[in-house]
Write a protein that binds this ligand. Structure first.
Ligand code: CMC
Length: 436
C-alpha cells in the first residue's frame, strides 16, 4: 500500500485539537484512512458494527467492484477463470499468486492428489455422529479434528507447516464431505481414486458404490468444477474474516478453517444456497409460478421476516458475476440430464424476472447472488440439499487458507481485537444472596 499525497483531518465541535490521519492507496478500489493511532491521539474509538466502512486488512488476493459486478482473483476476471481454467489451477493462483504453467500444474495436481486420503481413524470419529446430523455440524467437527491427526502441520509460524496444511486441507475436504454424505446415506465410504480429476474424484466418492462401476459424466464434472471455482474466494466476507481473526491468535490452520466452516453455515452467508432451494420448493408446493406474486408481497412486507434468498449482497450492488455463470451452468446441466423443463428452474427464472423489474429490489439494488442458481445445479447433479453448504465450504477452503497464510506473512499482522462502546451498568457491589 502507498501513502497518498493528501490526508484526512478529523475535527471536533467542542474545540478539541483536530487530528491528521494518513490515507493509503491500494492498487484499485477505495483509499483507506489509517486510524491506528486514533485512540492514542484522541482517547476515542471508531464505531462500525458489521464493518460497513472498515478495512480490517490489506490483501492482494481478491478484488470485487460491487457497483460494476466485477470479481477478480489475483487480477484475473472470474469469467475467464471459470471458462479457461480448472479448479486446481485456480487454487494454485489463489495460494501462490500466479496461474501455473504446464509443469507447475502437473506438480501441484500431483501434490494435492496424493493427499486425498484421510487417516483411517477419521471414520471412527464420524461414527460418533447421529446419522441424521446436519453435514455442516459434521464438517465443523471433522475439519477441527484434522488437527488431532496431522501434528506435523499445526505450527502456523512455520512456513513448511502452513504449506503442507494448505495442501492437506484442499485435498481432504472432498473426501470429508463425501464421507459425511455416505454416512448419512448408510452407504460404505468410497476411497479416493487418484486417476480422476479433483471434481471427478469427488463425484466418484459421492455417487459410486463398491458393487457397480461408476462413470463420471464430463458435463457434471465440469459443472462441479465451475461451482468450486466460483466459490473459491470472495475477499473479506464473514467466514474469511472469521478465519483471519481465529488464526490471528496463532491457532493451528485446521482449527482456523473449522471456525470458517462454522461461520459459513449461517443462512445469511453460505447457508443461503440451502435456504434458497428450500424457499423454491416451498413456493412450488404453494402452487409454483402462479404464487410468485403472493410470495413477493411477503418479501416486501418488512413485518413478515421473509427474504428472497439468493438475492442481495453486502458488496454487489449489481448482478453478481458468479450468478450469471451459474445460470449458464444450470442450463447446461439441466440440458445434459434432460431436465430442461425443471419446474424449480422455471420458478427461479420467474422470480428473478419479477424481482429485477420491481421497485423494491431496483431501489435497494438487490440482484441474484451466487446462491440463487447453485442449488438448482447441485440438486440436478444429485447432491442433497442439506449438503449444499458443505460443498461451498469445500470450495472456499482454498480462499480461507490463502487469506490465512497472507495474514501470517504480513509484517503488520497482529492478533485481532476489536474495541467496543460500553453501554452496560457502571461499577456496583455484589450484595449477599438474601438482599438481592
Ligand atoms: N430479500 C428482501 N429484502 C432484502 C434482501 C432480500 N434477500 N436483501 C436485502 N434486503 C433489503 C433489506 O430489508 C434492507 O431494506 P431496508 O433498507 O428497507 O431496510 C436493504 O435491502 C438492505 O439490506 P441489508 O440487510 O441491510 O443488507 P446487508 O448488506 O446487511 O445484507 C445480505 C446482505 C446478503 C445478508 C442480504 O442481502 C440477505 O439477507 N440476502 C439473502 C441471503 C443470501 O442470499 N445470502 C447469500 C449472500 S451471497 C453468498 C455469500 O457470500 O455467502
Amino acid at each position: 500500500m502507498k501513502l497518498a499525497d493528501n490526508k484526512a483531518t478529523l475535527s471536533f465541535s467542542n474545540g478539541s485539537p483536530s487530528v491528521d490521519l494518513p490515507i493509503y492507496q491500494g492498487s484499485i478500489g477505495p483509499d483507506v484512512i489509517d486510524i491506528r493511532k486514533l485512540y492514542a491521539q484522541t482517547g476515542m474509538f471508531t464505531y462500525d458494527p458489521g464493518f460497513l466502512s472498515t478495512a480490517a486488512t490489506q490483501s492482494a488476493i481478491t478484488y470485487i467492484d460491487g457497483d460494476k459486478g466485477e470479481l477478480l482473483y489475483r487480477g484475473y476476471p472470474i469469467e475467464q477463470l471459470a471458462t479457461q481454467c480448472d479448479f486446481l489451477e485456480t487454487c494454485h493462483l489463489l495460494l501462490y499468486g500466479e496461474l501455473p504453467n504446464e509443469q507447475a500444474k502437473k506438480t501441484f495436481t500431483r501434490t494435492v492428489t496424493i493427499h486425498t486420503m484421510v487417516n483411517e481413524q477419521m471414520q471412527f470419529f464420524l461414527r460418533g455422529f447421529r446419522r441424521d446430523a446436519h453435514p455442516m455440524a459434521i464438517m465443523t467437527g471433522l475439519v477441527g479434528a484434522l488437527s488431532a491427526f496431522y501434528h506435523d502441520s499445526t505450527d502456523i509460524n512455520n512456513p513448511e507447516h502452513r504449506e503442507i496444511a494448505a495442501i492437506r486441507l484442499i485435498a481432504k475436504m472432498p473426501t470429508l464431505v463425501a464421507m459425511a454424505y455416505k454416512y448419512s446415506a448408510g452407504q460404505p465410504y468410497m476411497y479416493p481414486k487418484n486417476a480422476l480429476s479433483y471434481s471427478g474424484n469427488f463425484l466418484h466418492m459421492m455417487f459410486a458404490t463398491p458393487c457397480e462401476d461408476y462413470k463420471v459424466s464430463p458435463v457434471l464434472e465440469r459443472a462441479l468444477d465451475r461451482i468450486f471455482i466460483l466459490h473459491a474466494d470472495h475477499e473479506q466476507n464473514a467466514s474469511t474474516s472469521t478465519v483471519r481473526l481465529c488464526g490471528s491468535s496463532g491457532t493451528n490452520p485446521f482449527a482456523a478453517i473449522a471456525a470458517g466452516v462454522a461461520c459459513l453455515w449461517g443462512p445469511a452467508h453460505g447457508g443461503a444456497n440451502e435456504a434458497c432451494l428450500n424457499m423454491l420448493e416451498d413456493i412450488q408446493r404453494m402452487g409454483g409460478v402462479a404464487k410468485v406474486g403472493e410470495f413477493m408481497n411477503q418479501v416486501k412486507d418488512k413485518n413478515s421476516g421473509v427474504r428472497l434468498m439468493g438475492f442481495g449482497h453486502r458488496v454487489y450492488k449489481n448482478y453478481d458475476p458468479r450468478a450469471k455463470l451459474m445460470q449458464e451452468t444450470c442450463k447446461e446441466v439441466l440440458g445434459e440430464l434432460g431436465l430442461e423443463n425443471d419446474p424449480l428452474f422455471k420458478l427461479a427464472m420467474a422470480l428473478e424476472k419479477i424481482a429485477l423489474e420491481d421497485d423494491y429490489f431496483v431501489q435497494r439494488k438487490l440482484y441474484p447472488n451466487v446462491d440463487f442458481y447453485s442449488g438448482i445445479v447441485q440438486r440436478a447433479i444429485g447432491i442433497p440439499v442439506s449438503l449444499f453448504t458443505a460443498i461451498f465450504a469445500l470450495a472456499r477452503t482454498v480462499g480461507w487458507i490463502a487469506q490465512l497464510n497472507e495474514m501470517i506473512g504480513d509484517p503488520e499482522y497482529k492478533i485481532g481485537r476489536p474495541r467496543q462502546l460500553f453501554t452496560g451498568s457502571l461499577r456496583r457491589d455484589v450484595k449477599p444472596l438474601a438482599e438481592r
